[in-house]
Design a protein around this ligand. Structure first.
Ligand code: NAD
Length: 365
């Protein structure tokens, strides 16, 4: 008898419920059995529980160890912290994995791109250690630093701290190599700016070189400066394979690479920890399309493909990705953003594109 996978489903805000529903239906159409535990987070949770990330939702992900999550709006100026950042912190989802693959039918100046961004998710300038300009804490920090440096900091400076640890660097680089091995990838490129940030990025670079030695002969390794990598990505993206980066560079290069393969509508992602993984599209909640059945569900469905791989359903993952690929290549039952012009009257809605993928999937089974 086949296994039933318990998965927490967090539909999210804006277009989240629509693309999550599309992904859930596609996952079920693979024949794999799921026990969904639907939980709320974001705007609906603020209304009901006064917090965007209720304890119940977090407890569910801790229990199932796997979540499929729609995008969640980060309210500005309300004092609520981002649910996405909170989930990553609470569950120690240290690796953000974003495969970027060209699909026929998706317009882009680049073809044949197939690379994976592995971004460290917990450290760097995202650690949230900040001191506002003119605040007493900033004055304390500046007072402590100034005696240690040649050119004193201006007293009206705002300060953000960039912590990069040996532990965090080793953990993410090792993950990138293990990912490469598990997915038949040939090369890992560590990306940094160690010529300028000799201590933080220098540690990341040294650690990556050391970890790489353990994989010699199995996975090739190189390290590159982040600026040179950006140029390389737009000149010869096919020469890159798996990229491993500290948090901020990973964030920026993820969107750059999503752009290389046709944009946010087709970019899936996963946040992975030692015991738990949360799968979500790279895009946000696109509030202007909320409830319009217009958003492209591909990124969320491909996040579902990553989920299938993660829970050991490789065959279903391969079949679902093939169905997505076929629908994209045909270019008929696709959303407005995948048509030659945005006003194309033949564009279909979110649910109809999911239906077309399900039809392909079941026809090929
Ligand atoms: P966004 O990704 O929501 O939108 C950027 C642009 O892409 C918009 O023009 C949008 O309409 C379009 N777009 C996005 N997804 C699309 C899809 N599936 N199909 C068609 N078009 C699509 O980014 P934003 O506007 O910067 O953010 C909106 C909200 O989402 C913010 O509150 C932000 O904090 C949040 N956000 C959440 C996540 C997450 O939950 N992981 C990620 C990014 C942004």
């Amino acid at each position: 008898m086949t296994r039933t996978h318990s998965v927490t489903l967090i539909p999210g805000d804006g277009i989240g419920p629509e693309v999550s529903d599309a992904a859930r239906r596609c996952l079920e159409a693979t024949g794999v059995r799921f026990a969904w535990d639907e939980q709320i987070a974001g705007e609906a949770a603020i209304e009901r529980f006064g917090t965007p990330l209720p304890a119940e939702t977090l407890a569910s992900v801790r229990r199932t160890h796997v979540a499929l999550k729609g995008p969640i709006t980060t309210p500005i100026g309300t004092g609520f912290r981002s649910v996405n950042v909170a989930l990553r912190k609470e569950l120690d989802l240290f690796a953000c994995v974003r495969p970027c693959r060209s699909y026929a039918g998706v317009r882009s100046p680049f073809q044949g791109v197939d690379l994976v961004i592995v971004r460290e998710n917990t450290e760097d300038l995202y650690a949230g250690i900040e001191f506002a300009a003119g605040s007493p804490d900033a004055a304390t920090v500046i007072g402590a630093i100034n005696p240690l440096i040649k050119q004193p900091l201006r007293l009206d400076s705002a300060i953000s701290i960039k912590p990069i640890s040996a532990f965090g660097s080793e953990r993410i680089v090792r993950y990138a190599f293990e990912y490469a091995l598990a997915h038949g990838r040939n090369k890992v490129t560590a990306v940094h700016k160690a010529n300028i940030m000799k201590c933080t990025d220098g540690l990341f670079m040294e650690t990556s070189r050391r970890v790489a030695k353990a994989y010699e002969g199995r996975v090739a390794f190189e390290d590159r400066l982040v600026d040179a990598t950006c140029m390389q990505l737009v000149l010869r993206p096919r020469e890159l394979d798996v990229l491993v980066l500290p948090n901020l560079y990973g964030d920026i290069l993820s969107d750059l690479c999503a752009g290389l393969v046709g944009g946010l509508g087709v970019a899936p992602g996963a946040n992975i920890g030692e015991t738990t993984a949360v799968f979500e599209a790279v895009h946000g909640s696109a509030p202007k399309y909320r409830g319009m059945n217009k958003a492209n569900p591909t990124a969320m469905i491909l996040s579902g493909v990553l989920l299938l791989e993660h829970v050991g359903e490789a065959d279903a993952a391969r079949r679902l990705e093939a169905a997505v690929r076929a629908v994209l290549a045909e270019g008929k039952a696709v959303t407005y953003d995948l048509k030659p012009t945005r006003e194309d009257p033949t564009a279909v809605g979110t649910s109809a594109m999911a239906d077309a993928i399900i039809t392909k999937l079941t026809a090929d089974s």
